[in-house]
Design a protein around this ligand. Structure first.
Ligand code: PAF
Length: 280
């Protein structure tokens, strides 16, 4: 595996590849887990080479403490990348990416950026879109892979590519879960033993909500979920809602002709966990 820390060295290498070499790209913030590895394996199957970036992007954190505490496990990450035969790791510094201008661009994604995560994490999606656009400009991938755990992020990136006419195919990949149902996330490593034991409750509630939404409207299901979390000794609900997958607008009634999905954000102490489940 080749490891590049500068844009120049990465681009030099890419420019020397045979013309039309397909490049699969998996952008990450490191602290890699099996969910990331499944994206990488998919990228490797569908492309000649795979580039994985590891970059903890400061402009997408609305909370300075969360940025400082974001898990950094670079040695372990490199071993994991080697274990799945990744071709290239791109690990730039903040200066390499932003120079002295650690700011986000401002984007208009037609309103989907203001729902859910956008409401609770101000500026988050401008930061995500800024770094993903920058990384796409640097790597120029054929296909790029994103997990559906960050479903809203996936929709934002599809919009970004459409608006900015970036020639890359965006691939959304299934959520990878622990055996007890907890969606894999780099933040899970920060949970205390007690919080980790409590966290699978989130997926249990999503599955029960899915059953209920068959016969009850969304308002009733939301009320039920809120009650469940009010009684929970460890987990605090930030939001639970049911929305149309494409518009991300809340819906109240089940409609089998439209893709509908339940979305949830929960705090375990200071650790924020998100998850979602298709309701169709
Ligand atoms: O999902 C992530 O890990 C990040 O938001 C991403 C896409 C790597 C951009 O920093």
């Amino acid at each position: 595996m080749l490891v590049f820390n500068t844009i120049e060295s990465l681009q030099k290498h890419i420019s020397e590849l045979p013309k039309r070499t397909s490049i699969g790209f998996v952008p990450t913030m490191g602290a890699l887990h099996k969910g990331h590895l499944s994206l990488i394996k998919k990228a490797e199957k569908q492309n000649k080479i795979t580039v994985v970036s590891i970059f903890v992007n400061p402009t997408q954190f609305d909370n300075a403490e969360d940025l400082v505490n974001y898990p950094k496990t670079i040695e372990k990450d490199l071993k994991l990348l080697q274990s799945v035969n990744c071709s290239i790791a791109f690990i730039p510094s903040v200066k390499e990416i932003y120079n002295e201008n650690i700011y986000s661009e401002s984007f208009d994604f037609g309103g989907i950026e203001n729902e859910m995560e956008g409401k609770f994490r101000k500026g988050h999606f401008n930061g995500v879109a800024t770094i993903v656009k920058r990384l796409f400009e640097i790597v120029k991938p054929t296909k790029a892979y994103f997990g559906k755990k960050d479903f809203q992020q996936l929709q934002i990136i599809k919009k970004l590519v459409e608006i900015k006419k970036i020639p890359v195919k965006i691939k959304g990949c299934a959520i990878f879960r622990e055996p007890d149902g907890l969606a894999m996330s780099s933040r899970n490593t920060r949970l205390t033993k007690e919080q980790r034991e409590a966290a699978p409750f989130i997926y249990k509630i999503l599955k029960k909500a899915k059953k209920k939404f068959g016969t009850k409207n969304a308002d009733t299901v939301i009320e039920w979920v809120e009650k469940k979390f009010k009684k929970h000794p460890i987990l605090d609900l930030e939001y639970f809602l049911i929305a149309n997958e494409d518009t991300l607008q809340s819906v109240n009634k089940k409609d089998n002709n439209k893709k509908q999905r339940a979305f949830i954000a929960v705090y375990a102490g200071k650790i924020r966990l998100i998850d979602n489940l298709s309701l169709n």
